[in-house]
Design a protein around this ligand. Structure first.
Ligand SMILES: [Zn+2]
Length: 250
């Protein structure tokens, strides 16, 4: 009873609504903080475009690094920002939906939503049997950017994955030493140059890192240049094997 009353108060003060379509959830709905259905309505969720399969993704991303060090044994993304061949019936609005979610998590501090979608990703990993890791490592942002924004969105996503897989999140194994420019308007070659040597392993963590199997986690996979730079740094620091998981594929 108390719960219901309290929930009504919350609903009046800050009605829960869908991140994508903005529709307010029914008053009888009892949201659970880290449940994805507390952040998106069923209709919008069902229409989210699904990313290409892991083998397809790996092939596509590995092509970008021919003749260079490539960090990953496997790559998975949960949702897709752009349509691809597998989604010929995709509507423009569905494309925008995934961007809305990423944007909310990245810039609007929707931590609970980040963790909820992280759980969603974790359930997919569990279903595929990708569970054999010593650590989940969120791709770090620079400390100055973290101060400015107040958080690293990939930390929440990793936390959500950890809720499901029960694998520790390690945020101190690797850090970002340079404050890089946003990659948005860069060509692929510029992206690679922009992130070259920006990551470094924390010298105090080398011991734990040695021989570890790591799942590297980020919000979005574009060309893979940031993820790969981070993955290569971890391998050079002594990690045994790296896979990557992102919420979305651009
Ligand atoms: Zn909706």
């Amino acid at each position: 009873m108390v719960n219901i009353v309290w929930q009504s108060v919350i609903n009046v003060l800050a009605p829960r609504k869908c991140l994508v379509c903005g529709n307010v959830f029914e008053e009888t709905f009892t949201p659970k903080r880290f449940d994805v259905m507390s952040h998106i309505c069923q209709r919008c969720f069902d229409r989210l475009p699904i990313a290409p399969k892991p083998d397809t993704l790996l092939g596509e991303i590995a092509k970008n690094f021919l003749g260079e060090k490539f960090a990953f044994s496997r790559i998975i993304s949960r949702f897709a920002k752009k349509d691809d061949l597998e989604q010929e019936y995709l509507h423009e609005e569905d494309n925008a939906a995934v961007s809305e979610i990423i944007y909310a998590i990245k810039y609007h501090g929707m931590k609970d939503a980040g963790r909820a979608f992280g759980r969603e990703l974790g359930e997919t990993l569990q279903m595929l049997g990708w569970t054999d890791y010593d650590a989940l490592v969120p791709v770090p942002i620079h400390s100055a950017r973290k101060r400015e924004r107040g958080y690293n969105q990939s930390d929440f996503i990793a936390q959500g994955v950890a809720d499901i897989l029960h694998i520790p999140v390690q945020t101190a194994w690797v850090h970002r030493k340079n404050y890089t420019l946003s990659q948005t308007y860069f060509s692929f070659e510029e992206r690679k140059e922009n992130v070259r040597n920006v990551f470094a392993v924390n010298p105090q963590k080398v011991q734990s890192l040695r021989g570890a199997s790591i799942l590297l986690i980020d919000d979005i996979l574009t060309t893979g240049s940031t993820l790969n730079a981070c993955g290569v740094t971890l391998l050079e620091g002594g990690a045994k094997r790296i896979d990557a998981a992102t919420l979305a594929k651009a």
